[in-house]
Write a protein that binds this ligand. Sequence first.
Ligand code: URA
Length: 296
Amino acid sequence: MNEGRRPPRDSGGPRGRRGGAGGGARGPGRTPGGRSSGRHELERLLSKAGFCSRAQARELVLAGRVRVNGVVIVDPEAWFDLVRDAVVVDGRAIAPARTEGRRYLALHKPRGCVTTRSDPDGRATVYDLVADCGAWVVPVGRLDLDTSGLLLFTNDTQFADRVTSPDSHVPKTYLVEAEPRLAQEALDALARGIELADGPTRPAEVELLGHRGPRTRFLLTITEGRNRQVRRMVKAVGAKVERLERVSIGPLELGELERGRWRELEPREVAALSRAADEARPARKGTKSGPGGARA
Ligand code: URA
């Protein structure tokens, strides 16, 4: 009923009105007004909330996808209050309490969903799975379409860079099922390092879990994040990865998190991973870094 209409300018914000564009005591001001630190232009407010970039916010508003206190607002420069006004995008509330500060999530990525924002083939994306978190978060690194397991999201780009930087050798552990069975020599080769087209891999840690039928199950801990690295390493020793799941990143474990679900990381977990990222920088003089060795 109110689609595309702007509330009147003299009312300071649509707060308190229900549905109608014209009945409020306060409309969306065209000026900052007041002294509340939560007051911003709508496009800025959405980007400040970590929901999306300012340019994207502008598009969303112009497309009529943003409601404030139940009213569609099509003016990206109208002022609102992040704390007092109820801002909703495509039916999703941008909750004030969650918009301040940084967000860190752990997702259990299922197989068959892509780590890109939109897929030309229309496949499910990891973004769909965290869409209800109320913030504009991005994945920390990526997992292949057919890899499942722990994938972190954040709106803290510095944190993401620290964890994913090629300089930061945070160990990541994968549960691998490979076929045909791998002999101990092959597992040792994975641990020592494999010559790949983009250079040798760093020493890794291999823990054999057992052989079942034609497959070998093992845990592989690597300290790099090259494209399809585990699959390429396993291929180089004559087998094919049939199942791949990331079970941990540094001190963070996938644990019992249900497939397709996300949870908020606790501050102590964020701190532990940040520490791990710092500690896992390349060996400085006199220090030793990186795992190396196959455990049967
Ligand atoms: N290695 C791979 O081969 N694929 C992944 O998704 C992650 C690590």
